[in-house]
Ligand binder design. Structure first.
Ligand code: FE2
Ligand code: FE2
Length: 153
């Protein structure tokens, strides 16, 4: 990602938020950047907290790979299976488990993380509800529609 794009991202986030955003995988960074770019033409500069929401909507994916369950599970598997077989099997299952946890948990994990670093209420709200049904949105309808249609994952 170019310096220019990184500066653009930085200008829409607090220092704390940017620090966490930077830890996302390259694929997640690129996705969040694209979502925010698409949304920016319609949301504009007055909606800074919503631009932050666009950039941070999937930030919960940072946490989902490191559950206690995952670590305990991996330790147990190590005790019972021969190494070569286990590695293959664990890889397959890690992928599956990871995807499941990502989908089920990343909005909640993300909202919690952002609360902890002092993000704006409107930012946290969208992160929490970005996979919820329209009827349950607390984010203003027009903004939520823009954010949702910019996010194609
Ligand atoms: Fe998401
Ligand atoms: Fe997304």
């Amino acid at each position: 990602m170019s310096e220019e794009n990184l500066d653009w991202v930085r200008s829409h986030l607090s220092e704390n938020e940017f620090e966490h955003w930077e830890k996302l995988s390259m694929a997640d960074k690129r996705h969040s950047f694209q979502v925010a770019r698409r949304a920016s033409s319609e949301i504009g500069e007055e909606g800074k907290e919503f631009m932050a929401a666009a950039l941070l909507h999937d930030i919960g994916k940072l946490e989902s790979g490191f559950t206690t369950f995952g670590r305990v599970f991996a330790t147990l598997v190590c005790l019972f299976f021969p190494l070569g077989k286990m590695e293959k099997w664990a890889q397959k299952n890690r992928g599956l488990r990871r995807r499941l946890i990502d989908y089920a948990k990343h909005p909640e994990l993300g909202a919690k993380l952002l609360k902890g670093i002092g993000s704006k209420e409107q930012t946290i709200t969208w992160v929490l509800e970005h996979h919820s049904e329209r009827e349950k949105w607390d984010t203003p309808k027009e903004i939520a529609e823009i954010l949702s249609s910019s996010d194609n994952d």
